[in-house]
Unconditional design. Sequence first.
Length: 365
Amino acid sequence: MRTRLVSWSLSLAVVLLSPVAVFGQETPASAPASPVAPASVAASPAADAAPMKAWPRVTEVRSSNPKSPGRAGLGDAVILKVENLEQYLGGDENACGELILFLAEIPIPGSSPEACDPYSGEVRFELDRTADSDRAWHVLLAEPVSFTRKVSVSLGSKGRLSFPTAVDAFELEIVPTVEFTIFLFGLLLTLLVAFYLAKRTTILRDRVPGLPAAQAPYSLSRFQLAFWSLLVIAAYVFIWLITEELDTITGSVLMLLGIGSATALGANVIDQGKTAPPAAPAPEPQASVVSQGFLNDVLSDDQGISIYRFQLFAWTLVLGVIFCASVYNGLEMPQFSTTLLGLMGISSGTYLGFKVPEPPSAKGG
């Protein structure tokens, strides 16, 4: 009996102590893992990260002209000082060919660097007009209001925006000062001479036998020819001074000069046909033939102000204003449509047609 009781006691003790033993063995297994593995995982992104490429920035710009280093125009060169250029190009000097110049945030196509040193960070560009950059230069130089214009200067890769720049007030020469001053003086002198000749000679007047040149009536056809000739010459020189272009006369401008020349020639032929024969004595000039002032002469025939003269005079002035605006705004002579040129031709033809029946005493030829 005692033996059986001891056996039951031992069995009960084993049952009670078994969970304790099992719990003691699971505790080390459930302990957190070694911190070595997370440390290696966390260190992996830092090891794979590449250094960021530095972004170039223009810090200084100077002109190749030592007399005015802060000013440049067509024909000059500009040297840009760029920081972080070597890092951006990766030390590859051939990559400089992909850079272009930016003026006032306008890309100048075809303006590859003339010289480039990525190690010193200096890039040299020549300010020159090419077929690719013609439109960009027209935008930069159009509508001049002073001799220079302050612009930002930068560079960038082809097809992309410009790099940041610290230079935003560089002086771009729009109009050469000395040459333009000479042009204005010459234009003023030409106008004064033309005014004097118009008042004292028959350069803009009809030739009337027996009447002094200063009293002869003004001719509408001669005025039209002189108007377009002077306008085209002045515009041609003005565009050349700013853009250095020589081939700027358009086909429509030639048509306008042709219309003016044909009108003057036709009017002269008609007047010559009305002149008295050489054997006949020169008639006494009539009072109605004497000049009554420029506007009255060019707008009037023997019966007073006529609509066909007014039409030709008005269209000449309208096209003249459009011509001047196009030259100033776009630095190019306008290309008028064939419809507009046809309208001008019809006005001139109508004027010549009505001039045929006018008597020889009619003024304002």
